[in-house]
Design a protein around this ligand. Sequence first.
Ligand SMILES: CNc1ncnc2c1ncn2[C@@H]1O[C@H](COP(=O)(O)OP(=O)(O)OP(=O)(O)O)[C@@H](O)[C@H]1O
Length: 167
Amino acid sequence: MQEKSSGFQWPAQWTPDILATLMFVVQKGRILLIRKKRGIGAGKVNGPGGKFEPGETALQCVLREVREELHIDIEDAREMGVLNFSFACGTIPEIRCHVFMATSFTGTPTETPEAEPFWCPVDGIPYDLMWQDDRFWLPAMLDGKRFEAFFTFEGDRMLEFSLKAED
Ligand SMILES: CNc1ncnc2c1ncn2[C@@H]1O[C@H](COP(=O)(O)OP(=O)(O)OP(=O)(O)O)[C@@H](O)[C@H]1O
């Protein structure tokens, strides 16, 4: 396990308000991203995903969210890591996000009121259009490494990070 941090201590006591998921489909050197059209992080590039509904597991949530946002059915979802986000401002709830990868799906990625999908080369991911934490863990995940991370934000701006990833 490799650990990196901004000198920030992982909080001992922290409970998320919201459980959420993200999905990154990678196929033939390309990654399926979305321009998020509404909700937390509207306007940013991200993977599809969203909040758990009552009684759902992380896997059930991510499969439902991807179906709702892009009209595709994922066939081989694998959970790769967990992201914890704490927001200093107090207007955005504390979020724990389970992150999945997949390589196979049925259907055609379709724009919906929530998301505009696009394929992007894995070596050309537009990190400057994404949440600031993504550049810390997404490259490790794309190398097949599992991870857990904690990030603090003030609005859009990342303040501190602590990342544990497989060697
Ligand atoms: C702070 N740094 C961040 N970095 C990367 N991703 C981030 C993020 N902060 C939030 N996210 C993602 O945003 C979605 C929740 O957004 P949210 O608007 O609540 O969900 P969405 O509207 O899609 O879902 P519902 O349809 O309401 O369930 C969810 O996937 C979550 O992981």
